[in-house]
Design a protein around this ligand. Structure first.
Ligand SMILES: [Zn+2]
Length: 149
């Protein structure tokens, strides 16, 4: 399942990407264009706009909460999503990220992070390194709880 998030859902878009989902986050564009892209690319619209979510032209989900963890758990529950490819997409650009040798992250990430973390990923598009920090641990714990409930 692929997605397009409206402009109100930037954090949700970033986290869905880190969890491995293909998510477009086009910035402020007219609703009609969001619907067009959703139809063309077969994407589900995630939106905080009730009117947009009621479109019958494409599948859409109204995300009411403005809390990231609530948005994530709600979306995953409603659409019955499963995380199968965590850490596979760049949260900034949606490109595939690659796991890299720890040594290649040396000097590229904060020293404390380098010491604590064993696994690193890299987006060749953004030249950005990723690791599973405390925020990641909290979010994945929240999702695990959701899956078990
Ligand atoms: Zn990127």
């Amino acid at each position: 399942m692929r997605f397009i998030c409206d402009h109100m859902l930037g954090s949700l878009a970033r986290w869905l990407r880190l969890l491995g989902f293909d998510v477009l986050y086009p910035g402020p564009i007219p609703d009609r264009e969001i619907v067009e892209i959703a139809i063309e690319e077969g994407r589900v619209i995630l939106t905080r706009d009730k009117e947009l979510s009621s479109t019958v032209k494409a599948q859409a989900l109204y995300v009411e909460s403005d809390d990231l963890e609530e948005q994530l758990t709600f979306t995953m529950k409603e659409l019955e999503l499963k995380v199968t490819e965590p850490m596979s997409r760049c949260s900034l650009c949606n490109a595939r990220i690659e796991k890299v040798d720890k040594s290649s992250a040396e000097g590229e990430v904060p020293g404390g992070v380098y010491d604590r973390q064993e696994e690193f990923w890299f987006c060749p598009n953004c030249n950005k390194y990723y690791w599973q920090g405390s925020h990641w641990d909290r979010i994945t714990r929240t999702i695990e709880k959701l899956v078990k409930s």
